[in-house]
Design a protein around this ligand. Structure first.
Ligand code: 5AD
Ligand code: SF4
Length: 467
């Protein structure tokens, strides 16, 4: 669970009464982005962020359905919120509850049946309709449900006036997925693949940079399937979009994109890693399994050799490129031999970091109906073994930075006085003694110590504007 609150401007220009909004976000970066946009969209109604559900006038749970127990966690949280809502009602006050995101999409009316005290249920494709739904709920309507896949583009209906995200920002360029991996709910909850037009992406990137962003991560469930409409009416892939952003947005110092499918990694994108210096040398490229049999069963449409060859081509284009991946252990039908092939692939590639999960049957997906499910104990054991190997690789990757000087984007004060925390090109947090004025700047830092989840270093040259 990753509760988060997105600060928005307190300078609300309407005369709506002040209301307190608490958003709790689970799951992927796309949800983090959507939560921020929901907060932006509600600002004109007078909603400002509030750090806890206690005392909030509107609580939004922005939910994730990708793996096990997500739904149950949402219902557990709703139970807690119901007690708060009842207490507020006794005090003569009202608290509205909205459930958004992929659990809302998947459960729909069932959610209102099980939790009738919920005021609003809305799916990920209708976040732009939230202000209308909230206004209706404020006016006394109950059990509002909107889980359509509407024909209009939600991005055209979300406000441009966004709260600043800071020195690092997310920008959704693509949503949905047409790949239908056997285990995955995304094609059902987020719907068909959709790319935002190039002009909309450029305009949003300009706004983010004007608000202070130095690093932008382009987001999409299958981001390298991006095929947005260009101003001249042609279609651009992700590589062309990245080149345009790099060329046309002065002040933008770093670009990333996530999450990619190996099959959609085309030559143009590989070449962009060679040619575009602001494209960071870190790529999240999920392989899921190292066994051809399992990859086939997963409907991934590539082999382990395809993946290994792709990694070689990427490293040839950008020798300092580091890779991360997602893995699933215990997909239906996975044997010991299949699992050994996954370990072998990990050994061959060498990952800088990775996420790994036990397979979790998602109702409605093809793999969930297979009779050859793997038992829980086997999944546990395989996951522990895989994670030990991945942890070891991550530790070795981090240790390789000792004594090296790398460029750090400084972001915010660290835990100790006089310290700033920043981010390396490879997404590692880096601590260094540095004046607060360096926040938002890129500086060379010499790494002097390796910690389990971060690096520590010192500024490699005297900071010119140091106090
Ligand atoms: N069970 C386990 N892991 C899953 N993922 C997606 N669906 C499932 C599932 N049913 C993982 C995949 C994906 C990541 C976002 O979540 O590894 O890349
Ligand atoms: Fe899910 Fe990713 Fe496969 Fe699409 S490509 S179905 S989002 S795992």
């Amino acid at each position: 669970m990753r509760p988060s609150l997105h600060p928005i401007s307190a300078d609300v220009t309407t005369h709506k009464p002040a209301r307190r909004l608490h958003i709790q976000t689970w799951g992927c970066q796309m949800n983090v982005y959507d939560s921020a946009r929901m907060a932006d969209a509600l600002a004109p109604l007078g909603y400002t962020p509030h750090p806890t559900p206690e005392g909030a006038d509107l609580v939004i749970l922005n939910t994730c359905h990708i793996r096990e127990k997500a739904t149950e966690k949402v219902f557990a949280e709703l139970g807690r919120l119901k007690r708060l809502k009842d207490a507020r009602a006794k005090a003569g006050e009202r608290m509205l509850i909205a459930v958004a995101g992929c659990v809302a999409q998947a459960e729909g009316a069932e959610l209102l049946r099980r939790a009738p005290f919920v005021d609003i249920v809305l799916g990920p494709q209708t976040t732009h309709r939230l202000p209308t739904l909230v206004a209706r709920a404020e006016a006394g309507e109950r059990a509002l449900l909107d889980t359509e896949f509407p024909p209009e583009d939600k991005f055209d209906h979300l406000p441009e006036e966004a709260a600043p995200q800071g020195f690092t920002a997310f920008l959704t360029v693509q949503e949905g997925c047409d790949r239908f991996c056997s285990f995955c709910v995304v094609p059902y909850t987020r719907g068909a693949e959709f790319s935002r037009p190039v002009a909309a992406v450029l305009a949003e990137a300009r706004r983010l940079v004007a608000q202070g962003a130095r690093e932008i991560t382009l987001l999409g469930q299958n981001v390298n399937a991006y095929h947005g409409e260009a101003p001249d009416g042609s279609e651009w892939g992700l590589a062309r979009l990245i080149r345009e952003l790099a060329d046309r947005i002065p002040g933008l110092a770093r670009l990333r994109y996530t999450t990619s499918h190996p099959v959609d990694m085309d030559e143009a994108l590989i070449t962009a890693h060679r040619d575009v210096p602001i494209l960071m040398p870190f790529l999240h490229l999920p392989v899921q399994s190292g066994s051809d049999r399992v990859l086939k069963a997963m409907n991934r449409r590539h082999t382990r050799e395809d993946y290994l060859r792709l990694v070689d081509r990427l490293r040839a284009a950008r020798p300092d490129l580091a890779l991360s991946s997602d893995f699933i252990v215990g997909h239906p039908g996975e044997t010991e031999e299949d699992f050994a092939a996954t370990l072998d692939l990990v050994q061959r590639v060498g990952f800088a970091s990775a996420f790994s999960f036990k397979y979790s049957p998602r109702p409605g997906t093809p793999a969930a109906d297979r009779p050859d499910q793997v038992d829980e104990a086997t999944k546990e054991r395989r996951l522990a073994e895989l994670q030990a190997l991945l942890r070891d690789q991550q530790a070795r990757f981090n240790a390789s930075f000792l004594g090296r000087t790398i460029e750090v984007l400084f972001l915010e004060p660290g835990r100790h006085p006089g310290q700033l925390v920043g981010r390396s090109p490879w997404l590692q947090p880096v601590h260094a003694q540095a004046p607060a004025t360096l926040a938002g700047d890129l500086r060379p830092v010499t790494i002097t110590a390796i910690h389990p989840n971060s690096l520590a270093g010192r500024l490699a040259e005297p900071a010119l504007d140091a106090a």
